[in-house]
Design a protein around this ligand. Sequence first.
Ligand code: HEC
Length: 171
Amino acid sequence: MTLPLIKRLQALAATVLLGLGCSLSLATEAPPTPPAALLKDLPPLGETWRVDNPYRGDARVAAIGRSLYNESCARCHGPEGDATRYVGNDLRMLDIYCHRRIEDPAVRAHCVRDNDDFFKLSVLEGKRRAGVTHMPAWKDVLSQEAIWAIRTFLESRRPAKGDKLPSGAGG
Ligand code: HEC
């Protein structure tokens, strides 16, 4: 079926506006402050930012991170980190390259540390490009403890060696 050009342009404009409106309204919504009850069980880290995720591999922290993640991040990065049908990146995959492609333990640790820094900065500052907020900044909302707890949860969700990766994931 061939629509007249003007109709096709109208449909295109509507789709673009709808898409933009959707991501803008998501992005400008005030991020919720996590309930204190969730945060009180996280080991305190003080003011100075750690270079590496200090909670890495801690299952108890990952469980708290899971609630924090599902409350603050899931609406864009997918429930439980599965972003297959969501606007944000699949954050379970952040370290997949380090773990699947790098054999040397020291180089791998460096790769993961690099991602710690990228994760921390992305979350603190948010993502803003060409005047559009793709992701809000969390620096006034989430503590260092909360951010590392979320990272710990997402690391626990990384597909194990041999598991099939979601389509589109690198590694
Ligand atoms: C309003 C939707 C939205 C919310 C809520 C949101 N994000 Fe994002 N996030 C995005 C989008 C979209 C991108 C990709 C942006 C880009 O690259 O321009 C992104 C990118 C990221 C990245 C960089 C990933 C990469 O591989 O480039 C990280 C890390 C991240 N988000 C973590 C989080 C965490 C943690 C939370 C919860 C505290 C969160 N986001 C909440 C939309 C969101």
